[in-house]
Each structure stands twice: as C-alpha cells, then as structure tokens.
Design a protein around this ligand. Sequence first.
Ligand SMILES: [Fe+2]
Length: 198
Amino acid sequence: MSDEFVLDTATVRGFVEHVRRAIDSSDSAEEAIDAIRPRFADLLADGGWLPAQYAEPAEEGGMGGGIGQWLLYRTGDGSLSLFSLVVPPGSETPIHDHLAWGLVGLYRGKQDEEIYSQRNGALELTERRALAPGDFYALIPPLDDIHLVRTTSEETSVSIHVLTNDTGCVWRHTFDPGSGEAHPFRSGYVNVSCEEEE
Ligand SMILES: [Fe+2]
C-alpha cells in the first residue's frame, strides 16, 4: 500500500514531511516529540487548514456517542497516521488505549481528559486535565496511553492526532471503568476503510 493523503494540501504535506524527518533523525520517541512540538503548535494555531467535513460528528462512528474519527493521512506501512477526532457536546469516548506514541492537541472547543493507569488488573484515575484550543500532550506507551476525553464546551470539540500507527485500524482496547477489564477494540475511521484481517 502507498501513502494516503486523504486531505491532500500543502499544509498537511508540509506537516507530515516535518514529522517524518523528525522521526528519522531521532533516537527516541521523546526526542522526536520534542522536534515535532513547535510545528504541531503551529498546526493547532492555524484555523484555516481543516475543511468542515473533517470537523463533523458521525452517528455511525466506532467510538460511539456521535464521535467522528476522520483520517487525514496515513503511511502505507501503518507507521504513521494523522486524523481528527470530533466529539459532540456532552459526549465522551470510552476509556481506551492507542498502542503507539504520538501527539494529541485540541483544535476547537474544550475537553476534559482523564488519564488512567493499570494497577493489579484494576484501573486507577491518575490525572484529570482541562484542555483549551492549542493545548496538546504526548502519549508514550505504556505510560500515559490510557485515557478518555469528554467535550465540556457547548461547541463540538475537534482534536488533532498524529500517532505512530494506523490508530483507527489497529486492534487496541477499551476498558471497563469499574472492573478495569480490557476489551478488543477497533475504532475504524468514518471516511476510509480498514483492510480486512486475514
Ligand atoms: Fe485517545
């Protein structure tokens, strides 16, 4: 499979090019993340590059709650993806993991993020933070990889994700908040399909 620019614009191509160079020239996820931060901040501050269709909720989205996950770019080898996650007011994602490092930033609206840790098979809420547009954070498994996000604004929230897997298509997990039990989960994307499993 070849690289897929679902949103093929100079802004997306420039950002992806920067990210790929940062990954290639870094020895660790932390180093790559530091190299990507300024460019990611610029992307979040630029209000003009994301067409309205990728900022729409989706009734049929795999996350439930009308949440839309829209692919913008992915590599053919599944090593990198860029997507928007659109969470309507009052909706929240299940508690979920990502299984790859990357950066997540808020583009529109407001969100609360709850970060969980696994301890002796149970889930523990370790941090809760409020996010405004322009705020972003790194996910580096196994730490900081399990969370939920909830829209707290009256406006639908839109966050931008750049992660080092094909997040919508890999099998990852949701977690039962009470028991901490993990369930296999593939969120999919609203606008592209995943390859069928063998
Ligand atoms: Fe997430």
